[in-house]
Design a protein around this ligand. Sequence first.
Ligand code: ATP
Length: 216
Amino acid sequence: MKKQFAVIGLGRFGISVSTELHKLGHDVLAIDVNEHKVNEMVNDSTYSAIADGTDEKALRNLGITNFDHVIVAIGDNLQASILCTLLLKDMGIESVWAKAQNYYHHKVLDKIGADKIIHPEHDMGNRIVQHLMSDKVIDYIELSDDYSIVEIGATDDMHRKTLIDLDIRAKFGVTILGIKRGKNINISPMANDKIYRDDVLIVIGHKNDLKRFEES
Ligand code: ATP
């Protein structure tokens, strides 16, 4: 379903978020104080506008209150990031996601009601570490401090075995959410579905259990 997003601040993170949402077919309003940044986004957004994210009147004139999701991607200017997030929540925007530069910035954004706080460098760092630590891990999503979803390549030992044969949940406490085979994904596989050598398993679980599974 097509959704409406506004992205305020067009640094590397803001540009990447706007471009990907636009590619997925959503309406994207890209905003920055810097005219040059806005001009760069003309082809990768639905609308683009030069405006100050801390100027309530300017945001209202752009119709920001019609957007269900606003992403505050202002980086180094912490004051602007905080004020912009506060204004958006005050204006009643349902979902405001904000990029945090550090722990204290995160705490303030949390206090003023940001619905999701993103640390792109930290999150990407975590993903890369997971790749480096295990050659089996293909991708990784952190759900909380304790739980994650990982994509793990099936091993030779798993070839042609069913989920019952492998008994992964009982042995490791993790759950297979899906099996990717080429371009196909088998979501919620049945107990007697077979795994093949080149499959990729999408697995959810506690980090300690996932680690045991990866190392098995
Ligand atoms: P990234 O790591 O994503 O490149 P960054 O953390 O280096 O970003 P900045 O470059 O400081 O962040 O800011 C991102 C963008 O936010 C810049 O293009 C900047 O012009 C824009 N910006 C800063 N203040 C405001 C504001 N008050 N309103 C709108 N845009 C702003």
